[in-house]
Design a protein around this ligand. Structure first.
Ligand SMILES: [Zn+2]
Ligand SMILES: [Zn+2]
Length: 136
């Protein structure tokens, strides 16, 4: 077994009715400033990507999926409204997990920002570690 096989992350929503674990590695964090992400989160989206097969939903009775576009869907907790997951139809083997719902120290860092042209005019994108990532 390698260290990655032992890597486990835990996450939960604001009300605690949604609990999950990731039994595997998470990518570093990318933020998305597109209009859809801004609307859903109330600010902007920040997520780490995992292999879908590594995600274990331990409590999911309030998880709801919203089809936000013709190419992707988003999950949230229907009780408290926490944003949870984003998944592209074209990449079902991967799932993006909202960085803010991960519990405890993540060990992750933000490495990229996408859809910067759509960002709100009331904040600046941090320059440190700035890299305009691309889809895919
Ligand atoms: Zn909740
Ligand atoms: Zn977005």
């Amino acid at each position: 077994m390698t260290a990655d096989d032992d890597e486990t992350h835990r996450g939960s929503c604001l009300c605690g009715e949604t609990v999950f674990e990731v039994h595997g590695p998470l990518s570093d964090v990318v933020t998305c400033h597109c209009t859809q992400c801004r609307k859903q989160t109330g600010h902007y989206w920040a997520s780490a990507t995992a292999q879908t097969q590594h995600l274990r939903l331990l409590a999911d009775s309030h998880v709801r999926w919203y089809r936000s576009s013709g190419t992707a869907r988003r999950a949230f907790c229907a009780k408290c409204g926490s944003t949870l997951f984003w998944q592209a139809d074209a990449k079902p083997a991967e799932i993006s997990i909202a960085a803010g719902v991960l519990d405890g120290a993540t060990g992750l860092r933000t490495v990229g920002h996408i859809f910067c042209a759509d960002k709100g005019d009331y904040y600046e994108i941090p320059q440190e570690g700035y890299r305009r990532a691309q889809w895919g």
